[in-house]
Design a protein around this ligand. Structure first.
Ligand code: SF4
Length: 476
């Protein structure tokens, strides 16, 4: 039996045509669990519960009895060209008016995780309102977009006018057509793929076909531009001549030859699996100069929406190549945002070895510690000394090597260098998911998982430092 088209497919379609197709008829066993999606579901439920003052119930029964908030409702009708459509609105909110249930009616509500209200939110509201109007026998003029930052609910009213409804119905017809065709191409904007549950499935196809967007630094616009100039895959890019390609890449202005050289080398490394050394980076010299000293290796876990760094993990080593014992790692938890106690503990720890460099991967850690030092009113001189101790391995890797990988995140780089995280399929988003679980259950098991993950992040950072030093010694 053919499935009804619904607002969820429509939302996917706006994001990526291929995603809608896969959601509708793809092999579900190829999907991966997305922590991002789970975080959204948990936060969404909490926010809806608050918005409904706890009077939140499920399905048609809840509509009949007039609950303030209704989740889990499914309603069907024909919206255009006799096509069956179904809606599964995220939330219905009771407002004044008249409907088939009595002296009240419902309007649709969507939750947004970030700050931006997108076409996906607007179209979801408009499509749900079209089906809901005939279901509840009452007109709907407005929908709501809800967000929640630092425990503050924000409500944005959306005018569901005719123009918006017309656009939605056109997109719906388009969706209906696309689903009858063969699978659409992978989206040109691969940034969208990072939070998609079909990512592994599409990554494999992109790799097999040598998609240009698999090359670090090549986004959808550059890929399209290269295709127009006769370079349609990684193999062709790797065979290009620096001068010819540089002349074509005029949009990068004075950096055009540097970009051309980087793209060609990145393609060569990607195809051969062999890393390419580029420059002697000044940060690398600092690392090498200090290689016989002791080091702190530092990594933070945070909830960006609440600007809360909830775990500061330190690995303390007397020498980068010594065997790691359990007590080398010290996790400092900051369970309540901004407690001076944990801040002082962190600074005390860093100053317990005043001249040891602090290794980290990416700029977040350095920024967080310097902010913390300022909050504790450390004097300018001390802050300057602290600043000079940070060594960002991400900058060193990017500045001195081209690796045969798609991106230079800690996970990708350390994995390629042979590091394995003890827990399977982990990521910063998964750690955040555990943190949200911990906050609602206070079950220490989640904290243990986060700490184990953070310890591995510190060890992965150490592995990168060791690799850089060993490679340098081998070459020189
Ligand atoms: S992984 Fe990317 S291309 Fe594939 S369905 Fe998701 S968003 Fe579309």
């Amino acid at each position: 039996m053919q499935k009804n088209l619904n607002n969820l497919y429509l939302k996917s379609f706006i994001r990526c045509k291929r995603k809608a197709w896969l959601d509708y008829q793809g092999n579900k066993s190829k999907k991966i669990w997305s922590p991002h999606q789970s975080i959204e579901i948990i936060n969404r439920y909490k926010t809806f519960y608050k918005l409904s003052d706890g009077d939140l119930y499920s399905g048609t029964k809840a509509c009949k009895r007039g609950s303030t908030g209704v989740i889990g409702l499914k309603a069907r009708s024909k919206v255009i060209n006799n096509i069956n459509a179904e809606i599964q609105p995220q939330l219905l909110k009771k407002v004044g008016g008249r409907s088939k249930w009595g002296e009240y009616k419902y309007i649709p509500v969507v939750y947004k995780l970030g700050h931006r209200t997108t076409k996906e939110h607007l179209f979801d509201l408009a499509f749900c309102s079209i089906v809901l109007e005939s279901f509840q026998e009452s007109n709907i003029e407005k929908g709501l977009v809800i967000s929640n930052f630092s425990n503050q609910i924000n409500i944005e009213k959306i005018d569901l006018n005719q123009r918006l409804r017309k656009k939605v119905l056109n997109t719906f017809l388009n969706l209906n057509e696309y689903l009858k065709r063969s699978i659409p191409d992978i989206t040109e904007d691969r940034k969208k793929c990072t939070i998609c549950s079909w990512q592994n499935f599409c990554d494999k196809e992109a790799k097999d076909n040598g998609y240009l967007t698999d090359i670090d630094g090549i986004g959808s616009k550059t890929a399209l531009f290269l295709q127009k100039n006769g370079i349609s895959n990684i193999k062709e890019l790797s065979a290009a001549k620096k001068i010819d390609l540089g002349e074509k890449l005029f949009q990068f202005k004075e950096q055009k030859f540097e970009k051309a050289s980087k793209f060609i080398k990145q393609s060569k490394a990607y195809l051969s699996g062999i890393p390419i050394r580029i420059f002697e980076n000044k940060n690398l010299s600092y690392l090498l100069l200090n290689k016989d000293s002791g080091f702190f290796i530092f990594d933070i876990e945070s909830n960006p929406d609440e600007k809360h760094d909830f775990l500061y993990g330190f690995l303390k080593v007397n020498n980068l190549f010594q065997n790691i014992e359990d007590d080398f790692y010290d996790p400092i938890l900051n369970l309540k945002n901004n407690t001076k106690k944990s801040n002082r503990e962190i600074i005390k720890k860093l100053f317990s070895k005043k001249y040891w460099p602090v290794l980290h991967y990416g700029e977040t850690e350095r920024i967080a510690i310097l902010n913390l030092a300022r909050q504790l009113d450390l004097d300018v001189k001390e802050i300057e000394i602290l600043k000079s101790r940070f060594i960002d391995l991400h900058l060193i890797v990017r500045g001195s090597w081209i690796l045969p990988i798609r991106n230079y995140s800690l996970k990708t780089v350390a994995n390629w260098m042979g590091f394995k995280w003890k827990q399977k399929n982990v990521s910063g988003s998964k750690a955040l998911y555990w943190w949200i679980q911990y906050k609602s259950t206070l079950n220490d098991l989640f904290l243990k998982k986060i700490i184990k993950y953070n310890r591995d992040d510190c060890l992965a950072t150490l592995q990168i430092a060791r690799w850089l030093i060993k490679k340098h010694e081998k070459i020189n």
